[in-house]
Write a protein that binds this ligand. Structure first.
Ligand code: NAG
Ligand code: NAG
Ligand code: NAG
Ligand code: NAG
Length: 966
């Protein structure tokens, strides 16, 4: 550094001491090379500055006088240079323009610089100059007309020597750290055209005398600490166009002399002072005003109607004062208005109404009265309005339906008033609106879906109103939205999933409404979320996982009693994500929700909720063992009694079928007895016609005389049924059952030793064959779901008819080959046998496949109810979803399906449980709740299992509306 300084000094010494007697040697080259040698030029902007050149006229930033080849202008704006402004520049004897703005020059100002007698324009703005402005700086300023030292770090007071620069027309010292009082001498700069001292620490009163500056056009003293009254003689600045005294501590009222500025002044800003009094009527005489900003003062009283004279006014800001009364209607004459801000006052009246309606009516009246059509020129009023802020006043009235005519509006804030009525659909016409704030009013009714027309919306504030109805899904059309606040209304219904497409969304507050349903999964896609508040609603189900939702604060979700997830510290294990709003009116579960009419909604029964909630926590280990025991025990006794009987009965039949038939009684419920093909009985001997074997017998296929196929079941336990009367009564009851998910009993045949059951032939075979059979054509998810739903409906129907199945399993569910519909079969017989058989024998008999038996079968003291069917159904559900048998034997292990799935669920691997043959081709949002439902139904405690009626409703809710996984 020392070496560098020494070199510079040497060069400078050379520069000043060598005379210019040598004609080939250009002083300016030397001066600029010296200047450059003191600089850091990281971008090599000065690479063209070559000391070998005869003159600098081709150098970057240099302009020469062609006659003398001497530099007259040096413009190095934004060259990224840093270092001190060196004395080399003092060699430039013809320099009149020196622009070093927007670099990184540091150090203090060199007072000698202004002593270059030729200099007219000096611009050092946007550097890093520090220290005081030296007294000498302005002392010999010769012909200097324009000085800008703006945006540096200069400190200290304005030098009094400033007054010597009588030629100065532009002085810009803004954005420094200048302090002290303004010297009275400032007003001696009679040629001043523009004065900018804004953004400093200047303080004290404005000295008198400004009125002598007749050429002053532009004065900016904003953002200082100036105080006292506004200068009373400012009106004498007859050329003044631009007056900015904002953000100081000025007090008193607007000086009346200002009104003389009428012809010229277009910009008047006094915001952020402590000015008092009324806005004077004479303000209307400042007819050239384009900007009038009186905001953030203590002005009071009414807004004068003379404001209407300001026909060039583009920006009117009266915000944050104590103004009251109505906005004068004359303001509609200000047809150039682009921005109106009267927020934070005490204005009253129905301002929006006259703004949007008065135009046509007043024009009409006027034309009618006088034929004067001067108002016609005002047709464009408000059409160009981009900003309208009426917030925090006492405005009342309704939002006019034609608000959409404000097609240029970008920012509309009418919050915190007393506006009532509904949000008009015309709001959708505000195509350019980016900010719409209607919050804190008395608005009611629904939010119209036309809001989707406001396609530029970034921010929508409707909080603290009385809005009802649903959040319109079309809000998703406003794709730029980043803020939605609808909190503290009475909105209901579900949160539309479509908001998931608003990818810019950062802040969403829906708290304190009556929203219900589960959170749409789509919100997981909102990657920019900062706030997502749904607290104090009736949102149910599971909080989404991942991303923002892992860290969502409790306060944002609290107050939703049925919401679950780790954040609310409530387990979700068994709560499916669909709404638990049921329709009790749909008495027939097969018909789905009724169309139209009144739909009453209710919530799932408490017992079902408890069942759902409790089920997941019940361990099953014990039960698996119990089941194995039961099986072992029962298989012994079975051989003793029932099985032996059954076999002998079979033999009897095969020996003398025709004899039995002669003495037997055949009943067909449809009155078709005569058409029953007696040769059909022969089918019973034919192994090829055997359809399957169940706990109660063997089923054969045969046909009626007209060729229609039927299934005939030969009861293998028939020897146990002693009473013909009882049998027939039971059969008649079963014969009345009609449901598309229940196999229809068409008739029966009775002899003392043989009973046949004639029922509908179902073409597709058993569910067992579909799931585990060799020729298994893999069922799709949708087919499986429909099968589960069909079984549930069938069972619910049976239970509704007071029939318990007792024997539900995959082989007893038949599938219609044409419709894929599941049909429950083999029901109702257990009752006939129940009295005859020991329970353990029965359980072994009927639940012949291990795994479907409800645990209460093992316990003699527990009453067996239809809840045992719910258990079997639960196991069946798991079987259908996983494609695995209820119990599978591995090499040296027994896999109990229910247990495996429950473990999977607890480990969060529940999706892995789904049948691998589906290859992931299933909607998890259906599969998971279905599995959970299966586990709930398979609960160990009977009372924890839901009713089948509820199961059907839950399944209907789980079903995705878009059945995309066909
Ligand atoms: C100015 O210089 C300082 C250090 O000398 C450097 O950190 C800064 O980035 C420079 N600023 C500009 C605008 O070049
Ligand atoms: C101004 O200079 C100071 C050191 O004098 C340095 O710390 C600061 O970064 C500079 N500011 C800019 C904007 O370059
Ligand atoms: C003063 O300089 C600043 C910064 O360069 C500029 O923004 C401002 O417009 C200038 N003031 C006047 C009155 O020209
Ligand atoms: C909205 O409020 C107004 C009065 O404030 C009332 O007349 C009207 O019926 C309400 N509308 C609705 C939909 O509640």
């Amino acid at each position: 550094m020392l070496l560098h300084d020494a070199l510079v000094s040497l060069l400078f010494f050379l520069a000043v001491s060598f005379t210019s007697a040598d004609p080939t040697f250009n002083d300016d080259v030397l001066g600029l090379i010296v200047f450059k040698s003191g600089l850091d030029d990281p971008l090599s902007k000065l690479a063209s500055w070559n000391s070998e050149d005869y003159d600098p006229c081709s150098w970057a930033g240099c302009v020469c006088d062609p006659a003398t080849n001497q530099v007259t202008e040096l413009r190095l704006d934004g060259f990224s240079l840093s270092g001190h402004i060196g004395r080399g520049l003092l060699r430039l004897r013809s320099l009149h323009t020196l622009v070093l703005s927007n670099n990184n020059f540091t150090g203090a100002l060199n007072p000698e610089l202004t002593h270059l007698g030729t200099l007219q324009l000096l611009d050092f703005s946007g550097n890093n100059l520090s220290g005081r402005i030296p007294d000498g700086f302005f002392e010999q300023c010769g012909s200097l007309t324009s000085v800008s030292l703006a945006r540096n770090r200069l400190t200290g007071p304005l030098p009094v020597s400033l007054s010597y620069c009588s030629t100065l027309t532009h002085l810009n010292l803004s954005s420094n750290q200048l302090s002290g009082r303004l010297p009275r001498e400032l007003w001696l700069l009679k040629s001043l055209n523009s004065l900018d001292l804004s953004d400093n620490f200047l303080q004290g009163d404005l000295p008198d005398g400004i009125g002598g500056l007749y050429d002053l056009r532009r004065i900016n003293l904003s953002r200082n600490w100036l105080s006292g009254e506004l200068p009373s003689d400012v009106g004498a600045c007859s050329s003044l166009r631009w007056l900015d005294l904002s953000e100081n501590y000025f007090s008193g009222s607007l000086p009346v002399s200002m009104k003389v500025l009428g012809g010229s002044c277009s910009f008047l800003r006094v915001r952020g002072n402590s000015l008092v009094g009324e806005i004077p009527e004479w303000i209307g005489e400042l007819a050239a005003l384009e900007t009038l900003d009186l905001s953030a003062n203590n002005f009071s009283g009414n807004a004068p109607s003379s404001l209407g004279n300001l026909v060039f006014l583009k920006e009117l800001n009266l915000s944050t004062n104590f103004l009251s009364g109505e906005i004068p209607q004359s303001i509609s004459n200000c047809s150039s208005l682009v921005s109106i801000d009267v927020s934070k006052n005490a204005f009253t009246g129905d301002v929006l109404k006259w703004m949007l309606f008065s135009q046509s009516s007043s024009r009409f009246d006027l034309q009618k009265r006088s034929g004067n059509d001067s108002f016609l020129s005002n047709v464009g009023f408000l059409q160009g309005l981009r900003i309208l802020d009426l917030s925090s006043n006492r405005f009342s009235g309704e939002i006019p339906s034609n608000i959409g005519i404000l097609t240029s509006l970008v920012h509309l804030n009418i919050s915190t008033n007393s506006l009532f009525g509904s949000v008009p659909s015309g709001i959708g016409g505000l195509k350019l609106a980016e900010i719409l704030d209607l919050s804190s009013n008395l608005l009611n009714g629904t939010l119209p879906s036309e809001i989707g027309g406001a396609v530029s919306l970034k921010q929508l504030n409707l909080q603290r109103n009385q809005l009802t109805g649903q959040i319109p899904a079309l809000l998703s059309n406003c794709s730029a939205l980043n803020t939605i606040d609808l909190s503290e209304n009475k909105l209901s219904g579900e949160i539309p999933g479509s908001i998931g497409s608003l990818s810019n969304l950062q802040y969403i507050d829906l708290s304190r409404n009556n929203l219900s349903g589960s959170l749409p999964k789509q919100v997981e896609k909102l990657t920019h979320l900062v706030t997502f508040n749904i607290s104090h609603n009736s949102i149910t189900g599971e909080l989404p996982a991942g991303g923002f939702f892992n860290t969502i604060p409790l306060s944002a979700v609290t107050g939703n009693p049925s919401l679950c997830g780790s954040v609310v510290n409530r387990s979700c294990l068994s709560v499916h994500p669909k709404p638990i709003v049921l329709n009790p009116n749909s008495s027939n579960p097969a018909t789905g929700p009724p169309l139209g009419g009144q739909i009453r909604k209710s919530v799932l029964s408490i017992s079902a909720l408890i069942a759902i909630g409790a089920a997941a926590f019940i361990a099953i280990g014990v039960v698996a063992v119990t089941l194995l025991n039961v099986h072992a025990k029962s298989s012994v006794s079975r051989h003793d009694a029932a099985a032996a009987l059954a076999m002998s009965v079979g033999e009897t039949f095969s020996c003398s079928p025709s004899k039995d038939q002669e003495f037997g009684k055949l009943v067909m419920f449809s009155g078709e007895a005569d058409v029953f093909d007696t040769s059909g009985a022969n089918a019973l001997l034919n192994k090829d016609c055997e359809l399957g074997r169940g706990g109660f017998g063997v089923v054969y296929k045969t046909s009626l005389q007209d060729g229609r196929p039927v299934a005939v079941k030969k009861l293998t336990v028939s020897g146990l049924i002693k009473s013909q009367e009882e049998f027939e009564r039971e059969m008649r009851k079963l014969g009345k059952l009609r449901h598309r998910n229940v196999v229809e009993i068409k008739g029966y045949y009775w002899t003392q030793s043989l009973q046949l059951l004639i029922h509908e032939f179902v073409s597709g075979g058993s569910l067992y064959r579909h799931l585990h059979g060799d020729e298994c054509v893999c069922l799709t998810w949708r087919e499986r779901f429909n099968i589960i739903l069909g079984i549930a409906r069938g069972l619910a129907y049976l239970h509704g008819s007071n029939i318990t199945h007792y024997n539900l399993k995959a082989t007893n569910v038949l599938i219609d080959a044409d419709t894929g519909e599941a049909k429950v079969s083999d029901f109702g017989l257990a009752r006939l046998l129940a009295s005859a058989l020991d329970r353990c024998v029965l359980s072994g008999k009927v639940q012949s496949a291990l795994g479907y038996t409800a645990p209460e079968f093992a316990c003699r003291t527990v009453k067996i109810t239809e809840k045992c069917d719910v258990y079997g159904f639960g196991i069946l559900v798991l079987e259908v979803v996983t494609g695995k048998r209820p119990v599978e034997y591995a090499e040296d292990d027994v896999m109990v399906l229910c247990e495996t799935v429950r473990e999977g669920l607890e480990d969060g691997r529940v999706e892995e449980c789904v049948d691998g043959r589906l290859r992931g081709n299933f909607p998890a949002e259906e599969a998971i709740p279905v599995i959970k439902l299966g586990l709930v139904c398979g609960s160990q405690v009977p009372s924890n299992r839901p009713e089948m009626e509820e199961v059907v409703k839950i399944l209907e809710l789980i079903q995705c509306p878009s059945q995309e996984f066909e």
